[in-house]
Design a protein around this ligand. Structure first.
Ligand code: KG4
Length: 337
């Protein structure tokens, strides 16, 4: 089954053709990151406009690169939540038109379900059940993937997402947007013990997380140092900050895997590209006898293929949308508001 899949929830317009949920036939991405870098973050209105400009040409390119014709498409999929509402709407409306014109089913896909499914593309042997930590720019959650479309949220961030914390820390250090990769590069060779940052714990739910305190601590440290005329070692700060994020994610996830008896651990989302977090999970998984799956870097960030992969399993489960499909700025992984 060949699915034409659309992703436009943030600042990447992405269109892919995916076969049977596991094989990428084409994977086209048009990133707006350079444009938003001027402003230090995503400007929603600009994002929506750029999606409109890119999506039609990109869709044709995805079909051409896949080496198929329009009549070979069996279904159309779209990431319909959560995200910047204007941006999501562009993908949803374009996908609706395609499904209508091609007379094929329309499959709505939750963006984070897509991130998780990126692992099905990277690891053909991977099948649920498994425990997944999804860490992206807008979402951070620990979820039991009981089956391809059956998920249970164990915990999530109470405030900022891990990726947002990277982006804000980068901004205060004068690094470009999106800040995750520049911080990753800056932190290499830095001393992670030099600055001590808070790692949050929630009494009411050990699997919930919080990153706003960490973000504030970094901002305060930088501003206080500036006011006192003290030098900050930026490499050490980047390394110490990354350690605090990793210390918040890794032990909590390992604990959840043990508590709920999971042997397979899957990491997903843009922040899964971080070299320290990848290395820390690898060490922790080995120490605890867990099988670890982290996608290659190109499948960590937003892409259309992950939407096509999850769409296949949603289709098998009977999920369909009509032309009344709406876009949603916020919605949890189980479709609840
Ligand atoms: O999954 P994603 O592409 O978009 C969302 O669905 O939100 O994630 C984007 C986030 C950004 O916050 C970006 O700074 C972060 O992923 N990111 C990283 C790295 N590469 C991207 N964070 C830490 N280290 C990286 N190497």
């Amino acid at each position: 089954m060949r699915i034409l899949a659309f992703e436009s929830t943030c600042d990447e317009t992405a269109v892919s053709v995916v076969e049977d949920g596991r094989k990428i036939l084409s994977d086209e991405i048009c990133s707006q990151a350079q444009l938003h870098a001027i402003y230090g973050g995503v400007v929603p209105e600009e994002a929506a406009r750029c999606h409109i400009e890119a999506i039609s040409l990109l869709a044709q390119k995805a079909i051409d690169t896949a080496g198929i014709s329009r009549s070979d498409i069996d279904a159309v999929a779209v990431s319909y939540a959560p995200g910047l509402i204007g941006a999501v709407l562009v993908g949803v409306n374009f996908a609706k038109s395609c499904a209508l014109a091609l007379n094929v089913p329309l499959i709505p896909v939750h963006h984070i379900r897509g991130h998780i499914a990126a692992n099905y593309l990277a690891f053909p042997e991977l099948e649920p059940p498994f425990l997944c930590l999804a860490i992206s720019g807008g979402n951070t959650l620990l979820v039991e993937v009981k089956d391809y479309t059956v998920m249970n949220i164990l915990g999530s961030t109470r405030d900022d997402a891990a990726g947002e914390c990277f982006d804000k820390t980068a901004r205060v250090l004068g690094l470009p947007y999106p800040g995750g990769k520049p911080i990753d590069e800056l932190s290499k060779g830095g001393n992670p013990e030099r600055y001590v940052f808070p790692v949050s714990n929630m009494d009411s739910n050990p699997y919930d997380m919080s990153f706003s305190g960490l973000k504030t601590a970094v901002i305060n440290l930088v501003h206080n140092s500036e006011q006192k005329g003290e030098m900050i070692d930026r490499r050490d700060l980047a390394a110490s900050f990354t350690k605090a994020v990793s210390d918040s994610l890794v032990p909590r996830t390992i604990r959840a895997a043990k508590d709920f008896g999971y042997k397979k651990l899957v990491i997903a989302g843009g922040v899964a590209a971080n070299s320290t977090i990848r290395a820390d999970f690898k060490t922790a998984a080995e120490e605890n006898g867990l099988e670890l799956f982290i996608p290659p870097l190109r499948l960590c960030g937003d892409n259309g293929s992950m939407i096509g992969a999850q769409a296949y399993y949603e289709h098998l489960a009977g999920v369909r949308a009509g032309t009344d499909l709406n876009a949603y700025a916020s919605m949890n992984i189980n479709g609840e508001f």
